[in-house]
Design a protein around this ligand. Sequence first.
Ligand SMILES: *Cc1c(COP(=O)(O)O)cnc(C)c1O
Length: 370
Amino acid sequence: MAGATKATVDLEALRANVRFVRELVGKGRLILACVKANAYGHGALRCANAALQAGADALGVARLDEALEFRQNGIGGRIVLIGPESLEATNDLVRADVEIAIDCADRLEAVLRAGKASRRVPIVHLAVDSGMARFGASFEEASQLAVRLSQAPEVSWAGVMTHFPVADTDQQRSVEQWRRFHALLSRWKTRGIAVPCCHAANSAAIMGLPETHADMVRPGIMLYGIPPGAAFASGKLRPVLRLETSVVALHWREEGDYVGYGETFRCNRRTLIATIPAGYGDGIPWTAGNRSWVLVNGRKAPVVGRISMDQTTIDVTDLREVHLGDPVVLIGSKGDQAITANDWARWCGTISYEITTRLRARPCEIRYIE
Ligand SMILES: *Cc1c(COP(=O)(O)O)cnc(C)c1O
């Protein structure tokens, strides 16, 4: 592919971010690297292997197919399905030795049946809801499942997990949530239940709530060098993704001319408009029109008009000199200027997670830095 738009994924930066997680949580804890959704858009297989090289102990996925891609490409280590899949996927998950999060008796039964059918001992984590209400058994259901799991030799009970809805925005509430969850596990222990590996912390909790690190942590967004929210400094995180394109059309427009669909931008002077070959078909949010910035030749220039499917228009009138083919940075830095996934998220009313996961809408050239 020789298109103008290129993504660069810096795997050494990703490895450095895994090592940063290790620094924060210490040697005694396990790291489950979340590489779901194509590693947040960065390329599942390459990122998974890099995370493992850097000392991650397990991989976190959200779908059967994500786990199978890893198995088919020779990844033999621990893979944990951290969310709900259809019950029909259970047989294939068990056969692929994927560890499964269990939230209800039906799912446990499906896992036990799959174990019997494939003559394997399935590995499960008990998912407990402690405030997210998306996936996980209520405390009461979880207590029943814990009793059942502690007495079932035909299944290997490898973990107990919960998830924080506001670790990035409300540490107080998250600590209270953690205490309730922890107290539940303590009650189980006093009833003689041997509670296995406990895990809860996502990136925001890893960086901001050390008391929740427990036995294993589940970093996602921070592995890609993106701070988990506005309240977090990037600190030691190293950005992994760089997205760059170039000017493919360049024209002076007259005062009073409109730019783009909907005539949402009107030139209030003679205006030099640079067009780049990336639009919402490439994952740039449509809502970025008239409210975002890119780096042209290392200088910030505003996006004007609506984002099209295949193109975006930039006002480069105030830049000293612009030519066809000049580099345009969408995500990344140049000189002392930088544009981050969090910037796009802020401009577009979304979160960095959505910005990076959607970038593969149209394939572009991807270069991996080993
Ligand atoms: C995606 C996910 C994570 C990782 O969250 P980040 O905020 O990206 O660190 C952790 N746990 C569960 C259950 C998840 O679904």
